[in-house]
Design a protein around this ligand. Structure first.
Ligand code: ADP
Ligand code: NI
Length: 215
């Protein structure tokens, strides 16, 4: 198996699988998560191949993308086998994909440094400037209001409630985005999250000032 070739082929495969994807898991999300993954993996001494492959494939098993998690995982397994990736490495990649999703904070515990790296990279893409942009894009695509001062955020939710929620984009900051900083795994992730967290707090402060006509 030629790792570089496999990564190249996987990029083409994922781009094709995600074409037309509109739930916030488009190719460019994968691109950003993969680049961030490489940077964090380098600093944390994690396996670059496992991390890169998991980052590239991480959203193919998302139920919003694949229809169901089982169906998505089967597609990923089939792909990894076709690339002649050794079974133990396949297992590591699949394990990462299965464990990193947020699910309202109800995710499973992570078993490897590689999983920690990819989860941090995925979460970093939900905060900071990109995170803010994704949040309002998501809300807009669902027809949600960007803000309603009379609707308070609901900070404790079951996985089911989180998935079904029709809340405003601003409430999503309190329900997910502002929690992510304290959920980072690696020290590199924590450092980056801190900067992006501060940026979101500044954004909200300015947003409320403008909302109420303050100067
Ligand atoms: P992930 O794949 O990172 O676990 P999701 O599938 O939950 O994330 O969401 C994709 C993107 O849409 C993320 O940036 C997330 O913050 C945003 N998003 C998810 N749910 C909402 C919501 N109810 N309101 C606004 N943005 C949301
Ligand atoms: Ni993702």
């Amino acid at each position: 198996m030629n790792k570089e070739k496999v990564i190249e082929l996987t990029i083409t495969f994922v781009r094709q699988e995600l074409s037309g994807e509109g739930s916030g898991h488009d190719w460019w999300h994968i691109y950003r998560v993969t680049e961030m993954t490489k940077t964090i993996a380098q600093e944390e001494g994690a396996d670059q191949f496992i991390c890169t492959m998991a980052a590239l494939l991480h959203d193919l098993a998302d139920e919003k993308v694949a229809g169901s998690e089982e169906k998505g995982l089967a597609t990923v397994r089939e792909w990894l086998t076709k690339q002649e990736i050794p079974l133990d490495q396949q297992g590591e990649i699949i394990e990462i994909i299965q464990t990193i999703s947020f699910k309202g904070g109800h995710g499973k515990e992570l078993t490897s440094i590689e999983a920690q790296v990819v989860q941090d990279a995925d979460r970093l893409d939900a905060i900071g400037a990109i995170g803010i942009a994704r949040c309002f894009t998501f809300g807009g695509s669902k027809g949600h209001l960007m803000h309603d001062p009379e609707e308070k955020p609901k900070e404790q939710m079951t996985e089911e409630e989180y998935r079904k929620r029709n809340g405003t984009a601003v409430n999503h900051f309190y329900e997910k985005l502002l929690k992510l900083k304290d959920l980072m795994n690696t020290s590199t992730g924590k450092e980056l999250a801190k900067e992006r967290h501060r940026f979101m707090q500044d954004f909200l402060e300015q947003f409320y000032a403008e909302w109420d006509g303050r100067r």
